[in-house]
Design a protein around this ligand. Structure first.
Ligand code: HEM
Length: 930
């Protein structure tokens, strides 16, 4: 021991003697970093991490490139070693130093930064709108608010059909049939808070209530920040759409306003900026997901009252001057467009309370309801209320199955398709002729595709289960009935109704798994996110040493803090996230969930960052499997594949050709000037307005304003990211001075200035309480610029516009870092909070057969890919396995596919390459001529 101490002392002395010459070298910085430059986890909002590390930390993890990046607004980890493509990795002898290699330091450092962000987000960004917030702040009977687990507001109300079953007026606890499976309306996922996450619960917030609804100008800070420049239609949403969202078209490209050419001949082209490593399936996948998680609309409607949608004023600086007829014509916007107003649940002034000298609101200025279950329960497929449940047709010959009907496609398919809606199934005439599914709104070719695929998967599971039951009828299925929990239910005893519900659990978990370990790592294509997402799904405890190490370090800082709350927080994290956290070993079927003191629902801000309309192309490059898949046969306008036409298109060509076509085509980049043309003129006859059309990208802006989402800069500050100080801050700092891309970005900054304007700043006006500047001073209207100077109205930029304008992004990020920050918090929470992904993820609910199916991606055991991908030995992906089962015709096309959302004919190349090159066999694919 003594010897070790002596060695340690000598090494330290040697280091400090040599320090002047080692200073500002990687070795010197790494020693400083290793011996104590870990940052504390913030106790106060103003001390947050902001994704910015100390200089030595940056140098140790990424060299001088990473040090330089510290002066930008963007998070530091994206410049660490090995967080990008091959060229971000250090090579040579040093890279072989295992844990001490720069690559390892870089990736581990990035994971640690993300973990700090997550801890701070959980601490500072949870604001429940259902009435629990006062106790969250004050605590209850000596328990810290963050450790409260049961809330009276989440009891079932008197009159609810399950009121008596859960305990009525006494303590409520779900039991019996109510806890066996996922319930239609989402009640009883949390056994002691029956109402949590169920249909019609209020959307939560991720920002303090007084930061919501900036348009209302409810306090001095907000007025200082925005003056009188904001309104529902100010700056004008259609002007924003036309100037900042429209896709530029090359002359004579035969786009014809997104309608292409007659006969859908492939000579048509609608230009769009393409994301390098994501396919069109990925776009419709995320729409399919959002329909499961949230909806502001009921049966595709908002309120009956209509409102204007802009196309009236040119820009902020010209105030109320109306657009001239010529400007309207030039912009191609429509002053006569009308849309139905958003539903609002509560708009009376919220009650306030005072705690430790600070006044708080008990909820946001207005609230809205989530019209579907917030759980990841495949409610878009299986239903979320009575009417949607009626649309889910069960097979009369086998009620464990969904009804699928044979359709003779051009390819003579044999497996069935979903049946059509019957008039009594819906209230929205626009849905006539579509497939009967629980969530039929904004129906299109991609939604039709995924609904049919997962309906098939449901039935394939049922068939396989029945085979198992036939082979081993006396075996314990694993399933238990809480009414008699010790009684074994044999395979042969599982009833059709039970099997239907088990299949639903399995399908929902498969979907969650595909999203977590396949869609997300392709959307955020780099090594740290790959590791983080796999850990998020399969648990930190043993499988992912790098992630585990990052979490341990972050927790150590948290535990060191003297605050009384720290112990509660520590225990919260010790339960472990993900599907196999420590929590699910507990005997209590509810014991593994964690809501962090704030009941689970998605926040409004989460909806905002899923407004991903620019992912959708205008034309689909249609291919046929039975001839040469490398040939584009048709360019089919997406607008011709909406609602009932989607159903017709799927029935005509069959799922296999649509899979091939959407699997190979790249989706639209999430950036400015890249929204689909057809969505700017979407037909909406149900509104009976003069134009019968709406501009959906403009509506994205309007809805966020109606829902009180903070504008972009305050949004970033509230989420613990650095603010911007001018429109020029959006420009990617890595670009060389005269590069054409930099020129383009400068032009866009100019357009932002044109639309949002500038004003003469006043340094005496404090504009936020979310952060202070780097000197600890309050942030003012001048954002660091001299008092009285003209500054950009960066504070007014709508959140969606801002995150689309982020040109600087971590490697492989299809989304911006601002959106990612929202995901870090909410993507973890939707797993942490759901009993069926934590403590009730076990055979008593899923059966042994279903549990294995989810863990091994199907009935045939774990199957590995032959090669490695990005240096990892990987399993055949869960989506690929689902597609192989549900669309067997895809067998050979899928063989080389590693991730179902990577364009199927792309050569994935080396370490996280973004190249657009064909894989062997696809050299003649015309898509690679771009
Ligand atoms: C053909 C494709 C699509 C069509 C026709 C479509 C249409 C629409 C329309 C009309 C709305 C406005 C509803 C309202 O507030 O009144 C909307 C909202 C929305 N869309 Fe899309 N959309 C499409 C694709 C997508 C995709 C690919 C995503 C990706 C996630 C997406 C995400 C959203 C979100 C998050 C909302 C807000 C929903 C809410 O507030 O509940 N959409 N869409």
């Amino acid at each position: 021991m003594k010897k070790l101490a002596l060695i340690g002392l000598s090494v330290s002395l040697l280091f400090f003697a040599a320090y002047p010459s080692l200073r500002n070298t990687q070795l010197g910085s790494c020693v400083v970093y290793a011996f104590g430059s870990f940052r504390e986890v913030a106790q106060e909002r103003s001390e947050r991490f902001l994704g910015k590390v100390f200089e030595d930390t940056a140098r140790c993890r990424g060299g001088e490139e990473s040090v330089k990046w510290r002066t930008t607004a963007w998070v530091d980890w994206q410049r660490y070693w090995a967080t990008g493509a091959e060229e971000s990795r250090s090579t040579g002898l040093i890279s072989k130093l295992g844990f001490w290699s720069p690559n390892r330091r870089g990736v581990a450092g990035a994971l640690l930064d993300m973990e700090y962000q997550r801890i701070e987000l959980l601490r500072f960004n949870l604001f429940d709108n259902s009435g629990t917030f006062e106790e969250y702040v004050r605590g209850r009977n000596g328990t810290a608010g963050s450790a409260i687990k049961i809330w009276p507001q989440l009891r079932l109300p008197r009159g609810h059909s399950a009121y008596v079953d859960v305990g009525g007026d006494g303590p409520q606890r779900c039991q019996g049939e109510l806890i066996r499976f996922r319930n239609l309306t989402g009640i009883c996922n949390d056994i002691t808070n029956p109402l949590m996450g169920s249909t019609d619960q209020p959307f939560a917030r991720n920002v303090p209530f007084d930061a919501t609804f900036p348009d209302l100008g409810k306090n001095e800070i907000v007025i200082n920040r925005h003056g009188d420049r904001l309104g529902l239609l100010q700056p004008d949403p259609q002007v924003i759409s036309r100037k900042l969202f429209s896709r530029a078209q090359a002359p004579n490209n035969n786009c014809h306003d997104a309608h292409g050419l007659a006969g859908y001949v492939p000579e048509a082209n609608c230009d769009y900026q393409k994301a390098p490593v994501l396919n069109v399936l990925a776009a419709f996948w995320i729409q399919f997901m959002t329909h499961d998680w949230f909806s502001h609309l009921e049966e595709g409607h908002n309120q009956s009252e209509l409102m204007a949608m802009g196309c009236s004023t040119p820009d902020v600086n010209n105030g109320q001057t109306p657009l001239s007829a010529k400007e309207v014509q030039q912009l191609r916007c429509r002053p006569e467009d009308r849309v139905d107003k958003s539903y609002i649940a509560a708009d009376k002034p919220p009650v306030t309370f005072t705690h430790e000298g600070n006044q708080h609101l008990t909820r946001a200025h207005k609230t809205t309801l989530n019209k579907v279950t917030a759980w990841w329960d495949a409610s878009q497929v299986y239903g979320y209320n009575d009417l949607s449940g009626k649309r889910v047709k069960r097979d009369p010959n086998d009620p464990a199955k969904l009804l699928l009907e044979p359709v003779i496609t051009r390819a003579q398919e044999v497996i069935g398709y979903l049946p059509l809606l019957q008039p009594s199934d819906y209230t929205n005439p626009q849905w006539s002729g579509q497939e009967s599914v629980a969530f039929p709104d904004n129906w299109n070719i991609g939604l039709s595709f995924f609904h049919n695929v997962f309906a098939r998967e449901h039935n394939i599971f049922v068939d396989a289960f029945r085979q198992q039951a036939a082979a081993f009828p006396e075996d314990d299925s694993g399933l238990r009935n809480p009414a008699n929990p010790t009684a074994v239910i044999r395979y042969k005893d599982v009833t059709p109704d039970e099997l239907f519900e088990v299949a639903r659990l399995v399908v929902a978990a498969e979907i969650a798994k595909i999203h977590t370990i396949e869609w997300t790592p392709q959307l955020l294509y780099n090594e740290p996110v790959y590791l983080a997402m796999n850990a998020n799904w399969s648990g930190l405890v043993s499988k992912h040493p790098l992630v585990e190490n990052a979490l341990e370090k972050a927790l150590a800082r948290l535990a060191k803090s003297s605050s009384g709350k720290a112990a509660a927080w520590y225990s919260v994290f010790a339960t472990g996230p993900g599907i196999i956290g420590l929590g699910n070993n507990k005997a209590d079927v509810n014991g593994g969930v964690n809501h962090f003191g704030s009941p689970f629902n998605f926040p409004e801000e989460f909806v905002t960052v899923y407004r991903l309309h620019s992912m959708v192309p205008d034309l689909i490059e249609f291919r046929e499997l039975r001839s040469d898949p490398n040939v584009i046969r048709y360019k089919i306008p997406v607008v011709e594949t909406l609602q009932g036409k989607a159903t017709q298109a799927v029935h005509l060509y069959g799922l296999a050709d649509w899979a091939l076509s959407m699997g190979r085509q790249r989706l639209g980049k999430l950036t400015l000037q890249n929204h689909p043309l057809f969505l700017q003129s979407l037909s909406m006859p149900r509104l009976k307005s003069a134009t019968g059309q709406i501009d959906v990208p403009a509506l994205d802006i309007i809805r966020d304003r109606e829902h009180g989402v903070p504008r972009y800069n305050e949004f970033r500050r509230q989420y613990g990211l650095k603010q911007l100080t001018s429109f020029d801050d959006f420009i990617d700092p890595t670009l060389s001075k005269n590069s054409p891309e930099r020129v383009r970005q400068l032009q866009i900054a100019g357009l932002l200035r044109e639309v949002y304007g500038q004003h003469k700043c006043e340094d005496s006006k404090i504009i936020t309480t979310a952060q202070v500047d780097s000197d600890g001073a309050k942030i003012t209207d001048c954002l660091g610029h001299p008092n009285g100077s003209m500054v950009d109205n960066i504070e007014d930029v709508d959140a969606v516009v801002g995150w689309l304008a982020e040109f600087a992004r971590p490697h492989g990020f299809a989304i911006s870092e601002t959106q990612f920050q929202v995901f870090i918090l909410n993507a973890s929470r939707r797993l942490f909070s759901d009993r069926f992904f934590t403590s009730s993820f076990r055979p008593e609910f899923y059966t042994h057969f279903g549990f294995k199916w989810v863990n091994e991606n199907g009935p045939d055991g774990v199957i590995k890919e032959t090669g490695e991908s990005n240096g990892h030995q990987i399993e055949v992906s869960p989506l690929k396995r689902v597609l192989q089962r549900t669309i067997p015709e895809l067998k050979s096309e899928l063989e080389p596919v590693v991730n179902g959302f990577d364009p199927w004919a792309r050569d994935r190349g080396d370490y996280y390459s973004l190249q657009w090159r064909p894989r062997p066999g696809a050299e003649s694919d015309v898509a690679f001529r771009d």
